[in-house]
Write a protein that binds this ligand. Structure first.
Ligand code: HEC
Ligand code: HEC
Ligand code: HEC
Ligand code: HEC
Length: 219
């Protein structure tokens, strides 16, 4: 009996919550003159913006590392002969316009247009923010910090607030694209592949913690 009563109670409260929800919904639906507060979007700004601060040779020249990697070519690749062959076999007219290919060959595929800065270049392939997340707020925070810094020493690595910009670890992110759905899939080995796109900053200790490749483990 007790159990039934408490079930009853929870049913009634569930109903009450549902009705409350309906009231708020109908309230929200009434048009109001007050402007709606838009949530602040952390826009995708594009690799060209990251270049302004992340291409210092002594600090690891991350931008140059990336331009030399295949990720920077990922969109262009879809316009090449090999892509055309693959696309034709699948009945795809233009690989550079088809989501079946773009989903792994561009940055922020499938996100709403308002998530991107107006100048964002979608033809620049798999860019920094594919792996590091949108960078607008990080850029703004670093610009503000630099503006108030007295006597900034470029040799000293600056601290970045927790969560300001993502630094991915582990293979999961990569495997979102490096998997068998890729028509040209090559067995993905995280340490080996990571090494090929490495862009460490010699001032940080990330390089020392890098996962060992099979060759390095043998040594
Ligand atoms: C206005 C300069 C500026 C811009 C633009 C900028 N960054 Fe940074 N970034 C910094 C500074 C300063 C640091 C702190 C390390 C250092 O001193 O270099 C940093 C650190 C980082 C880190 C390491 C964070 C950590 O926790 O160790 C990543 C990753 C990063 N930036 C990615 C990006 C990406 C991606 C972009 C472009 C979307 C970008 N940055 C644009 C200045 C900038
Ligand atoms: C958004 C999808 C995507 C993600 C995420 C991604 N990649 Fe890639 N990667 C690609 C594409 C597409 C290519 C091929 C580009 C081309 O050849 O034009 C590629 C190529 C590469 C290559 C060159 C392979 C070769 O054949 O020489 C390496 C190395 C690589 N990626 C490493 C990584 C690592 C490590 C990660 C995770 C930290 C990662 N990738 C995350 C899409 C992705
Ligand atoms: C699931 C993610 C994914 C999808 C979907 C995808 N690709 Fe790729 N593509 C990759 C990755 C990752 C690479 C790098 C090589 C590898 O490991 O597969 C790549 C490499 C390539 C290459 C270079 C070949 C090589 O040997 O490096 C071509 C060409 C290509 N893709 C064409 C296409 C076309 C055309 C489509 C659409 C029909 C497509 N891709 C769909 C992830 C993808
Ligand atoms: C395919 C994914 C991928 C792309 C594209 C990429 N990064 Fe990274 N980046 C990583 C990963 C993974 C790490 C952390 C590596 C580790 O800890 O082993 C990293 C680390 C960094 C760091 C910290 C380096 C250190 O030693 O502390 C900076 C700064 C950075 N990236 C900036 C950039 C910039 C700028 C671009 C574009 C020009 C870029 N990254 C493109 C995956 C990527």
């Amino acid at each position: 009996m007790k159990a039934i009563r408490s079930m009853h109670k929870s049913l009634i409260s569930a109903l009450a919550i549902a009705m409350l929800g309906m009231v708020t919904l109908s309230l929200a639906a009434t048009p109001s003159a007050e402007p709606v507060q838009k949530a602040k979007i952390n826009h995708y700004i594009g690799a060209a913006k990251c270049k302004n601060c992340h291409n210092v040779a002594e600090n690891g020249a991350q931008y140059d590392c990336w331009t030399k990697s295949k990720h920077a070519e990922a969109f262009k690749t879809l316009g090449g002969d090999e892509a055309k062959k693959v696309a034709t076999e699948k009945g795809i007219a233009d690989a550079q316009k088809d989501e079946k290919c773009l989903k792994c060959h561009e940055t922020g595929f499938g996100l709403a247009a308002d998530q991107f800065d107006k100048k964002f270049d979608k033809t620049a392939g798999v860019q920094c923010e594919t792996c590091h997340g949108p960078g607008e707020q990080h850029m703004k925070a670093r610009l503000a910090a630099a503006a108030t810094e007295e006597n900034p020493d470029p040799k000293v690595r600056k601290k970045v607030a927790e969560g300001e910009i993502e630094v991915p670890t582990g293979p999961k992110l990569c495997e979102g694209c490096h998997n068998k759905e890729s028509p040209s899939y090559k067995t993905f080995e995280y340490p080996e592949f990571l090494k090929k796109i490495a862009h460490y900053d010699p001032r940080s200790d990330r390089k020392d913690k890098a996962p060992k490749t099979k060759d390095e483990e043998k040594k």
